[in-house]
Structures are given as C-alpha cells and as structure tokens.
Design a protein around this ligand. Structure first.
Ligand SMILES: Cc1cc2nc3c(=O)[nH]c(=O)nc-3n(C[C@H](O)[C@H](O)[C@H](O)COP(=O)(O)OP(=O)(O)OC[C@H]3O[C@@H](n4cnc5c(N)ncnc54)[C@H](O)[C@@H]3O)c2cc1C
Length: 293
C-alpha cells in the first residue's frame, strides 16, 4: 500500500472544506470494506489524502420526513437489516442489507459506500431504484439532488465530482397495499457477491389486478434501471405463474438487447428470467391462484 495522509474530520463543514482543498488528491473512507481492498491492490491507489468520514455524526442515522424515509450514508447494513422502520416502509431494502457479505462486513460496510462504489453487484442499489430513491450530493459549493438512477455513469463510476460527498438517500415508504421482494443469486450461499439479483414491488388492486409493478435487476445491465417493458406486461393483469414467467422472459430479452451476447449470457439468460418470476411470485404470494397458473 502506498503512503497517504489520513484525516478524520468531525463535522460535515470540515469534511467539505477538506475535500475542496484536496480536490482530486483525496478519497473518502467510510467503512473501508471496498476502499481498503482497492488500496491494497498493487499500483492501484494513487490518492495522497484519505478522508475518514466515520466520525461525522451528521452523516449517520435514519429518519422519516414528509412520508419519506431519509437514510444517511453511514448507516451500516447491519442496522438497516434490523430496522423496524424498514421492515414496514421498505422490506426489500432490509432483505438486501441482510444478504450482504458476512456479519463483520454488515457491521462495517455502509449504504453510502455501497452506492458510491458503484459496483454492478451492489445489493442495496436495485431495491433503492425500485423504491424511487433520490440522493443528495454536497460540496463546499452547495448541494444537488437527483434520482439515484442518474448518479451512475458506468460500472465503478458515478457523476459525483471529487469534492462531492453523498449526504442523503431519500425515498417514499411503501404503502400498506404494496408487496416487495429482493432475491440474490451468488456462487454460494454465504459471503458471496451477486451474480444476479432482482428487486420487485407489486401493488394489487381491490379488483385483484396488478395496479403497479416495478422490476429492477442487479448485475444484469451496465447500470441499474427499471425494466419498463416487463412492468407494462403486468399492469391490469391478474397475478399468475404464466404472467410472471412472461415478465421474466421479457427482462432476459431486454438484458441481451442492451448488453449483447457475452460469455456469461448462456447462464444469465435463463437465470434472470427465473429470478424475476420468483421475485414476482414472492410479492404476489397471497393473491396467486392455488394451482399457480
Ligand atoms: C468480503 C466482502 C464481502 C462483500 N459482500 C458484499 C455483498 O454481498 N454485497 C454487496 O453489495 N457488497 C459486498 N461487499 C462490498 C462492500 O462491503 C459494500 O459495498 C459496502 O457497502 C461498502 O461500504 P463501505 O462503507 O465499506 O465503503 P468504503 O469502502 O469506505 O467506500 C467505498 C467507496 O465509496 C466511497 N464513499 C463512501 N462513502 C461515501 C460518501 N458518503 N460520499 C461519497 N463517496 C463515498 C469511497 O470513497 C469508496 O470509493 C463485500 C466486501 C467484502 C470485503
């Protein structure tokens, strides 16, 4: 690891001032579970200053405001996993947090680091995009808010400037009639990053037809997006295994349209279709006919 200067500011104002001064020479450290791995790679880490934000109390915690859930970036996966608020307002995000790494990783790793690292396998991002999350970036010059889906340029790259800090993640909590699911598939059951994942939200109306559908796959596209073509297939229809299989096939087709056929397509093409079907079945479980058809 190359030598670097380590600074641990205590306030948001101090942090943004430091980042403004250091410019492209600085990198932000939260839990360090991604950054330290990166810094140990030979010839990779060239930043002169590491700004450890873990002591900045304004960047921790979670509140509800105007029927929105506001999560600050230092919230760890362990706290999100066990949050009573998320169990009601966004159970799919609690499930995704619970599926990350091991207890040690979940105790250190933060939601802010998961987002800003921008790996396509980041487990909290598909649920947040399905929830319609927005994020706030802050620098000494001011703040800007944007949909989370607009934050990402390509894998491992966001639009944040070197002096900008993620300070807030905000989304409307799910209504009581919405059902959600997060499913992840890795190479093994424990301590495994996602080969593919799916976040899904369904709202079924009083007429037993699907009134709202949101589907966001993870590790399937270069960046995350709702698959609106598959969502449109579901709207106004009654939940059934056949319908959900058709939505899965549609997501699979969209993935290949956007990424082309690659070495992994033979595996991903059928698997993403099955994961989407299972996630939708999980959402609709109480409303599915007994024979599942
Ligand atoms: C063994 C192991 C298993 C893992 N398993 C999983 C898994 O199953 N699923 C998964 O999604 N991830 C997994 N990860 C990756 C990692 O744990 C998560 O991405 C974690 O959430 C990163 O958070 P952190 O606080 O440790 O980030 P850090 O490592 O501190 O930072 C990550 C990046 O984000 C930037 N950053 C952090 N906070 C901010 C901020 N507020 N504003 C601007 N930039 C910021 C940093 O500069 C850095 O570039 C695993 C990692 C390890 C080592």
């Amino acid at each position: 690891m190359k030598p670097f200067e380590y600074i641990a500011p205590r306030s948001l104002e101090e942090t943004t001032a430091l980042l403004a001064r250091a410019g492209t020479d600085a990198t932000i450290l939260a839990g360090g579970t991604d950054l330290l791995v990166e810094m140990r790679r030979p010839n990779k880490m060239r930043k002169r200053v590491v700004v450890d934000i873990s002591r900045v109390s304004e960047l921790g915690g979670m509140i509800t405001s105007d029927r929105s859930v506001v999560i600050r970036p230092l919230m760890t996966h362990a706290r999100l996993q066990h949050s009573e608020l998320l169990r009601i307002a966004a159970p799919l995000l609690a499930s995704a947090s619970a599926a990350i790494g091991s207890p040690q990783i979940r105790n250190r790793g933060t939601i802010g680091g998961n987002i800003m690292n921008a790996a396509t396998c980041a487990d909290t991002v598909p649920p947040l995009i399905a929830l319609g999350a927005t994020v706030t970036l802050r620098s000494a010059a001011g703040t800007r808010e944007m949909p989370l889906s607009s934050l990402f340029l390509r894998p491992y790259q966001t639009i944040a400037a070197p002096d900008e800090l993620l300070t807030e993640i905000r989304f409307p909590g799910l209504t009581a009639d919405a059902r959600s699911a997060f499913i992840k598939l890795g190479r093994r059951n424990a301590l495994s990053i996602s080969r593919l994942s799916v976040a899904a939200i369904l709202r079924i109306g009083r007429d037993s037809r699907i009134a709202e559908a949101r589907i966001v796959p993870g590790a399937a596209f270069p960046t995350w997006q709702r698959v609106t073509a598959a969502e449109a297939l579901l709207l106004g229809e009654r939940p059934s295994a056949r319908l959900f299989a058709a939505a899965g096939a549609c997501v699979s087709k969209e993935m290949i349209l956007q990424t082309g056929r690659r070495w992994s397509t033979e595996y991903k093409e059928p698997v993403i279709a099955v994961l989407v079907r299972r996630a939708l079945e999980q959402c609709a479980a109480p409303a599915l006919p007994e024979d599942g058809k």
